[in-house]
Design a protein around this ligand. Structure first.
Ligand code: KIV
Length: 276
């Protein structure tokens, strides 16, 4: 903790180098965050909060992440930055905003950083994105990679399925990890891959790995918050542990509210304004 100019204590956020330095250290804790109220709850517990493009499915009811726009990511990213003061904030680059060319990627990533105040961006891809990762990091944009199950590639990869169970796919994922690491990514999300492959990658590359449906041996873990607290029940992947049933709690609260409105027991005198 440092002190600001008027002597009030200033809480220091977790930085990108802090995250990068956690190789083989204390596991990195992270969750997705899309809104200000949820961010305020998650922020003290997390090393980084990911404004994931999963928000398209979780908040907007989209079928995949492919229809998420840059403006959506910027609006939610800015809300999460405003509501946090501890975690490092990382924003997902949506489909179509970085794949076309290095200069388009730079322009869009810089726009996300300028308009949200986030510390870093995440892009999906392996060997094919390595030059872009290098281009961005050399120009001041910290990049988190994302390999294995890449939700933006579901139309090519045959849906949301586990990866790395056949040897040629495992080899490709390993090459993806190595090339993104060499290109300068400060961390790599490994999603939906065979646990021993995630462990081997974690052992062999110097970059921190963040597992989701991968292995407890990764350098950290991330989950979609709404999955983990039982608020997104359309589909729960096998790798998600439900740490709470918040959706059920909301259901009970709303049912009680509806009952009390219908029976005129809410509002009661304690909720009325009275002249003092
Ligand atoms: O969009 C997202 O939430 C993600 C995480 C699941 C890693 O990419």
């Amino acid at each position: 903790m440092s002190t600001s100019i008027n002597n009030t204590p200033k809480i220091k956020r977790v930085t990108v180098p802090d995250i990068a330095s956690r190789k083989n250290g204390e596991p990195i804790v992270s969750l997705t965050a899309y809104t200000a109220p949820m961010t305020k709850i998650l922020d003290p517990y997390c090393d980084f909060l990911l404004v994931g493009d999963s928000l398209g499915m979780v908040l907007y009811g989209m079928e995949s992440t492919l229809t998420v726009t840059l403006d959506m990511m910027i609006n939610h990213g800015a809300a999460v930055v405003r509501a946090s003061n501890h975690a490092c904030i990382i924003v997902d680059m949506p489909f179509g905003s970085y794949q076309e060319s290095q200069s388009t990627a730079y322009r869009n990533c810089a726009r996300v950083m300028i308009e949200t105040g986030c510390a870093a961006v995440k892009i999906e891809g392996g060997v094919e994105m390595a030059d872009t990762v290098k281009f961005l990091t050399e120009r001041g944009i910290p990049v988190m990679g994302h390999i294995g199950l890449k939700p933006q590639s579901v139309n090519i990869n045959g849906g949301f399925r586990p990866h790395g169970f056949d040897s040629s796919e495992a080899l490709k994922i390993k090459e993806d990890a190595e090339s993104i690491s060499r290109a300068g990514a400060f961390a790599i999300v490994i999603e939906g891959v065979k646990p021993d492959l995630a462990e081997e990658i974690t052992r062999e590359i110097p970059t921190v790995t963040i597992g989701i449906g991968a292995s407890a041996e990764c350098d950290g873990q991330v989950l979609v918050t709404e999955d983990a607290i039982g608020m997104f029940s359309d589909f729960t992947p096998k790798f998600v542990k439900r740490f709470a049933e918040v959706g059920e709690e909301i259901n009970l609260a709303v049912k009680q509210y509806a009952d009390e409105v219908k029976t005129r027991t809410f509002p009661s005198s304690e909720h009325y304004y009275v002249r003092k």
